[in-house]
Design a protein around this ligand. Sequence first.
Ligand SMILES: Cc1cc2nc3c(=O)[nH]c(=O)nc-3n(C[C@H](O)[C@H](O)[C@H](O)COP(=O)(O)OP(=O)(O)OC[C@H]3O[C@@H](n4cnc5c(N)ncnc54)[C@H](O)[C@@H]3O)c2cc1C
Length: 429
Amino acid sequence: MTPKPHAPSWPRSWYSDTAIACPPRPPLAGEVRADVCVVGAGYTGLVTAIELAGKGYSVTVLEAERVGWGASGRNGGQIVTGYNKPISTIANWVGKDDARHLWDLSEEAKAILADLVARHAIPCDLKWGYLHAALKPRHLEELRDYHHELEALGYGGTRMVERDEVPSLVACRRYVGGLYDARSGQLHPLNYALGLAAAAEALGVRIHEGSRVTHIDHGPAPSASTAAGTVRARFLVLAGNAYLGRLAPKIQSRIMPVATYMIGTEVLGPERARALIPADIAVADVNFVLNYYRLSSDHRLLFGGGVSYSGLDRPELAGLLRRTMLKYFPQLRDVRSDYCWGGHVAITLNRTPHLGRLSPTTYFAQGYSGHGVALTAVCGRLLAEAINGQAGRFDVFARLPHAPFPGPGPLKTPALVLAMTWYRMRDLL
Ligand SMILES: Cc1cc2nc3c(=O)[nH]c(=O)nc-3n(C[C@H](O)[C@H](O)[C@H](O)COP(=O)(O)OP(=O)(O)OC[C@H]3O[C@@H](n4cnc5c(N)ncnc54)[C@H](O)[C@@H]3O)c2cc1C
């Protein structure tokens, strides 16, 4: 009996149910040539492809499942300023000048994203406005320090929010204040990815879905092979991030794929939704394992948080996250959860993105540590610049020191669980 061809599809989520029309792309068949072969059609791979095509390169993208099937089609949709670590901490590792460049690049990331959405008319509900919410006075102090750091960097987007202003932004009684950032925001993550793919194709990029790369040669004549074909190229870009697995073990050890998940409520209706988040902004608290949420365009609450080390196929996850949501919004007790989905976010030990070269022909970017919606935009641009012979800005990222996670393969997770448990206890205290 001939085996059935693999028909990839997205895991069900509110995003997949509201995805823009997107016919499947054919898998790679036979041998093809391109200047650049990109492995992975998430934001990293797609922005890289767009930037390269704009410079005149022929690009083939190989995606194991569907465009946006990985973290790019499942995330919280939160566009966050900066990095997971303060610039002052980053300066301790790379010096003040590189840290300043990295700050500027993180700002460029948001500008590229906004420009891509506008230029290609991507219907992804892009909106600006964001609250970093403080659950404790200690969080508020941390946010004040962060606010001062941003001001010192010349960033004019933030202001402190005191307790009495919180209800005008979000109807959660637990917050003691926060930091409002007018230049962070939100979007529909899967539709952003699908829009990027359409933009790339309009520029001549070829995208093959259902095309898992099982072998790469990153020597002087690089290639990427699937079960049904091979792309021979001058350059490879590995953009598989948390889902790349063992294709490149050397970079795999620098990231930890952590399962995290989201729920979507039933439709609340415009009035009830607006009562919940009157400012219609994205919100995240500042716990180490943070919770983040926003309203959907059809007036649901999309609430994310939680971390699972034993995978995503656990029926109790939806209930656990719902209980957390009700701690923030007890007024939703009568509301059903219609959706629960999860994905893998790739974190690095120092929580900054990991960019580099496996060889002179093979580049990679991964490990955005929860800030990838925005940062992938600039990293895609820098990958393209480096391939085009201008690696100065790429190398600012490549100089960030990235140690492997301690412990061989399976021992990495227990070490991380221990560390996370410690931070969780600190949050609770
Ligand atoms: C639940 C969740 C919530 C998140 N929330 C936020 C948030 O609110 N804000 C934020 O900034 N970040 C968030 N993130 C992280 C963010 O989504 C990622 O940083 C970003 O999407 C990374 O994009 P990427 O293109 O590098 O990787 P991905 O989107 O994961 O894309 C990688 C692609 O490569 C493909 N692939 C892998 N291996 C192969 C192979 N061998 N052959 C072919 N294809 C391959 C995969 O199928 C996948 O489609 C969240 C992540 C998750 C999971």
